[in-house]
Design a binder for this molecule. Sequence first.
Ligand code: SF4
Length: 572
Amino acid sequence: MKILIIYPYPLFDRSQEEDIRVVPIGVYYVAAVLKEKGYDVEILNWYNIHKSPQRIIDTLRAKKPDIIGFSVLNANRWGGIEIAQIAKKVDPKVKIVFGGVAATFLWKHFLTHFPVIDFVVIGEGEYAFLNLVQVIEQGHVQQLQNTRGIAFRHGNRVVRTKAAKPIDHLDQLPIPATHFQYQHVASSRGCPGKCTFCGSPRFWGHKIRLRSPENFVAELELLYNKGIHFFYFSDDTFTVNKQRVVEICKEILNKGLKIAWVAISRADYVNETILFWMRKAGCIQISYGVESGSEQIRSLLNKGLKTDDIKKAFSLTHRYGILARAYFIYGSPEETWDTIQATIDMIQEIKPFVCVFYILEIYPGTKLYLDYQKKFHVTDDIWLNKMEGICYFESDPHLSQELILNFGKRLRHEFYGRLSGFSQDVDLIDDEQFYAMHADFCSRLGLTFSQGDYANNEAVKNRQQAAERLFNKALGYAPNHRAYLGLGLLKQEQRRYEEAVQVLSQGVQHFPGSEALNVCLGVSYMNLQRHDKALACLLKFQGSKEVNGHIARCYRALGDVGKEGEFLEKAH
Ligand code: SF4
């Protein structure tokens, strides 16, 4: 029995592909459970297959699946439907199963309107899908009624079976890293929050289930040994159990995993002790959903976060050299220019180096959606429209599209305008054991201004000054390769070659084997017409066309025509 699990493409392309290209971790769990039972299962990340649609038919013809499972979010449900329709044309006998968040909340809608979908897996999918596969394989159709956590058509009716039992002990699940390679991992299921715009509370239920630190770190170790050193901890609230977080961090350190990772949390679920351990164990960023600077709007969204908790969390996170990233929502109920100003004031207060602004949208499975349905007598048929979500403002007479767009413009303008200034206020904890990590933090941040996300963003003022300040701050803590190089390049760009030579020479003293530092230093010497010095740096790294070109130019300047010719030839 051949099983494919497909992660389909979204309705609309994104400017940031990362937002859509990652296969949800749940898919790997479902596939791992099937693999352990001996099934031939393959995951296809088809987040962009619509750009080469012929590949859909070719792949399906070649792989000849008996069952195709689709991992469906609201954004990619149409992609799933379109691929399913093609699959049924290629082989009318193939069984199509929809699972995931959108399938869980819209199971009736899918089975009512789309005859190509044979089954829906509702909620936690590992064992429901496995049991369904077994029933399909054995052809015991009468067993479908007894298979928990699924829905299907029975005659003219759509039937849903009893809910699947939650997997109480997550450690019992196979670790997908045994079979697959990925960077997004989750140590828990569920969230203590009850935000009105979020589907997580209803999808997972209110009981939070935790993997043991040993089980979770064993997964990291498996992936680490496959060469993965950067992880995204995608738990809704990684720090939900503080003691366990400390144990995870200690386990990472005990195993000597030299990893960097980012996590998601709530501002009221962090404290100094866990930030201390998280930073030591490689955490470089925490994303917090702040949503709004207005306490009144946060309360309407049922965020349950106090202003003081937000301020404290951002300040503490930054003090430990962890980048605190802020998520904001605008266009919420009762949003006005005053509440937008409250958000701007909050940004000024908490000084995040990354802000992500979203317009409030309504999705199935959320409290907002239930209210919306009740208020406007809307059925799930609304999802027959080709849209990913419902913009809240369209249902609110106090808000207009123009106003919302202006809110967004103002928020971004104010954030970017203030961003460089935040670099002056980086206040890190004075503890020697963190100095090298502080240097890493400041240099990463410096790089976002000089070469990274903000480098070409005209709305961010004084980018070079901010970068220089941060690189210098980094070097005040510890020798740091990224900071020497970033500062050297910056000075080169500004034609401050003497200063570039000074900083890059220091860098080379600390990192003599670094090609990037040596070549950069060589180029600075060339600009100062000190070609003999430049050659001393460059000759150690001859090989690449670029370096050979520099060497040839040095020999030309020194009048050595023979050597110039030799390296010119190598440069071509
Ligand atoms: S938005 Fe975040 S904090 Fe709120 S319920 Fe969802 S996952 Fe939990």
